[in-house]
Unconditional design. Sequence first.
Length: 325
Amino acid sequence: MINRSFKVILLFTLTLFILGCILAPLPITSQPATATPSPTSLITDTVSPPTRTPTAVPATDTAQSAAPTGTATTLPSLTPVVLPTDVSSSNPFKVYFFDVGQGDSTLILGPDGRTALIDGGDSGTGLVQYLQNLGIQRIDLMFATHPHADHIGGLVDVLNAMPVAQVVTSGEINTTSVFERFLDGIDRAGAEYVEAKRGDSIPFGNVSFQFLSPAHLSPDNLNNSSLVLKFKIGKTTFLFMGDAEREIESELLGSGESLDVDILKVGHHASKSSSTPAFLNAVSPKTALYSAGIGNSYGHPAPQTISALQTVDAAIYGTDQLGTI
């Protein structure tokens, strides 16, 4: 026989349970965004598994340019931009700019299934899960633009998780444990190791990556040892700046290389150390993308960089605003 006190407790518990079921938020399922089935288009994707929270590069990594925490940045309206291309729309190239917090990572997926991965963010930021969610089981080309943790940490995760055929670096080294793990990962994966410099190129199916930098290494500033990559898909030209700063931009302006592109991967997380007006005038991108963590302590993207991009009429997209793009 149940006594009265127990009945009261039981009734109270059941009431709380029922209220919890009613008031609990329902899970939200996002459907993948779709593009019009003709030209290449920029859309926000829904492959991102990690929770997007404020992030910062570990204090031991000095890759970033410090700025006051909480620097306000006003972005223009973010409207998808469609760019012309002569690549078959039935099986196009796909480019994913992953949200890896305060880091950098881009996947290029060719129509024949070839994969090229440019940087990987820091370790443990979800890159392997991003790739697995896209059905990626192998990386054909892996580029480490430079040996800072927010670019190569996630590459170590990938090297430990799936086959990697070829790893390309600038040849610059670092004295950190993450760089040691990166080298160990290349060795363990049995990947071919290649060092590239200005003037080199690497084929990727029926297109190729051209290296505009480095012409020389910069041990005192690893950002300026970044691989700078240019490649063209149909009529659309991409430029990836890594973390190259204004000194490298000035070198590129004097190199005689054509810098006019459609899509610019903005240098150094849209820091104030990159994206000078003279460089952006020469590049004149239709679209500019930067990668930065929500509420990062470096003030990325820098307000002056956003203003400079607006001045050249670039449509601006950021992973801190949109997640994976």
